[in-house]
Design a protein around this ligand. Structure first.
Ligand SMILES: [Zn+2]
Ligand SMILES: [Zn+2]
Length: 484
């Protein structure tokens, strides 16, 4: 179980431990467009079937624990010992390649930051990144698998070999720009691909690199749609990273939690609130009953479960019995199986409110984001490299954030480290302050270090048969534990 640490990427510094697992995937459920979400283009032909009701990435970080501020000097962490690392000649190639591209990646990152785009609208990012990769020897597929802003960049060296998957997120937040640092994630993915390509060529390693540009992490589950359409089928493993607040020069390979958005609508009948209220059916009463029931339920759920919601209406007036009310809810649990159980309990509250008031109720359940299953062997390798080569502190501290990469991690061996960038007090992910942090030179430096460690971890997967076997074993064990 994730710890009860309330934050997203804070509270990293803990000794390395093993990660754990749970179960299942179900069919994505149809979600309704929320009329309070930003307006999209009228052309719906490229839009996916599923949309999120709320922002789902939602790295709602805590404010406890040490954070890296711009003024901090890097700490000296003990245990720097690069001597035992695997294939340091390859690591040197990766170092050199990322260093050579660092200024180009910085420019890309700032260009993305200057052109923030919402989920499924990442057209500027799509063109910028695909053109960049096509110019550097990658076979690029634009508008991948029917998603207008998804893309794929592939490079193969020699015949046979395994396939390393990488993800670049691109979307920003409404009104805040890149307040989750996806500009950094995007260029990290590009950097991992460039470094891995150079390593394959320089060291004559057979293998394939597939970098996916994955739209709409903040709301829309772009990776889940790509997963369902087969984008991950060829991959032997997939890696990516995410920035957040935390101690200077630190990274975590902990979990994130499962979540699901639910939209609830109550339909009643209007009436004069003074003259003939008995002729009405009060939809607002239904919403308040549901809200109260869930507030009571909250006391009887585990402390690591979350349920939070809001009420909205339509043409409400104090002298009219409201005939319509809408609620938006999010539920969160440590694992996906927990989520399915918790959903039933919350759903009962919605239905009970309808029964009590005589309203009709309509519920729409968005695609769930699963908890993140970090592959233990990949995580340990990443921690060894970033700790011993670059002096980073690592932990397996978990986060109460959620990501659509969780669904990927249920399907194939996956690694999604969280790494710290300098932030200001109360300036964690999803704040305007974090958007500022995501364009700082130190944030870029931290991204490049993480990129190098991810690339080396990925190359070991391609080159080292025994390592790959352990990665597969870990994944199989995780699947087995979920299935029992
Ligand atoms: Zn986010
Ligand atoms: Zn994010």
């Amino acid at each position: 179980m994730p710890s009860s640490l309330p934050g997203c990427f804070s509270a990293f510094l803990k000794p390395k431990q093993k990660t754990r697992a749970t179960k299942a995937r179900d069919e994505p459920q149809k979600a309704l467009l929320d009329d309070r979400l930003p307006r999209r283009n009228d052309d719906k032909s490229e839009e996916p079937q599923c949309r999120y009701l709320n922002l789902c990435c939602d790295y709602s970080c805590n404010t406890n624990g040490p954070k890296w501020s711009e003024d901090d000097k890097p700490p000296e962490y003990p245990g720097l010992d690069a001597g035992d690392l695997w294939a340091q000649d390859i690591l040197s190639t990766i170092d050199q390649t990322v260093n050579d591209h660092e200024s180009d990646l910085r420019i890309l990152s700032l260009q993305l930051h200057d052109h923030p785009e919402l989920g499924f609208e990442e057209k500027y990012a799509h063109d910028l990144l695909t053109n960049f990769l096509a110019d550097r020897g990658f076979k690029v597929t634009k508008h991948y698998l029917g998603l207008n802003t998804a893309w794929r960049a592939e490079f193969t060296h020699l015949k046979g070999g395994r396939v390393l998957g990488i993800n670049s997120e691109m979307d920003a937040l409404q009104g805040m720009g890149h307040a989750c640092g996806h500009n950094l994630i995007a260029v990290s993915g590009v950097g991992v691909a460039l470094a891995a390509k150079a390593a394959l060529e320089a060291h004559n390693i057979p293998g394939t690199i597939i970098l996916l540009g994955t739209p709409a992490e903040e709301g829309g589950g772009g990776k889940i749609i790509l997963l369902d359409r087969g984008a991950y089928d060829e991959m032997d493993a997939c890696v990516m990273c995410h920035p957040g607040p935390g101690p200077a020069h630190s990274a975590s390979t902990g979990t994130t939690i499962a979540m699901q958005s639910i939209e609830v609508e109550y339909f009643g009948h209007s009436a004069h609130a003074g003259a003939a209220p008995w002729e009405g059916t009060n939809a607002l009463d239904a919403a308040f009953l549901a809200y109260s029931s869930i507030s009571v339920l909250r006391q009887q759920v585990r402390p690591d479960h979350r349920v939070h919601g809001i009420v909205s209406g339509r043409d409400w007036a104090t002298n009219v019995i409201p005939d319509y009310a809408k609620m938006q809810w999010i539920i969160r649990t440590p694992t996906y199986p927990d989520l399915a159980i918790f959903k039933d309990r919350v759903q009962a509250c919605f239905e009970a409110a309808a029964l009590a008031t005589g309203c009709k109720v309509r519920m729409n359940f968005a695609m769930p984001y699963y908890d993140l299953q970090q592959n233990a062997t990949l995580a340990h390798e990443f921690a060894d490299i970033i700790g011993n080569r670059y002096g980073y502190a690592t932990s397996t501290a978990s986060s109460s954030a959620s990501t659509d990469f969780g669904n990927i991690s249920y399907e194939l061996p996956s690694l999604h480290p969280l790494y710290a960038i300098p932030t200001t007090p109360h300036g964690a992910n999803h704040t305007p302050e974090f958007a500022k942090s995501a364009r700082s030179p130190k944030a870029h430096e931290a991204t490049m270090v993480t990129t190098k460690a991810l690339a080396q971890t990925g190359i070991r997967l391609l080159r080292d048969d025994e390592f790959f076997y352990k990665v597969k074993q870990d994944h199989a064990r995780a699947v087995f534990r979920r299935d029992i």
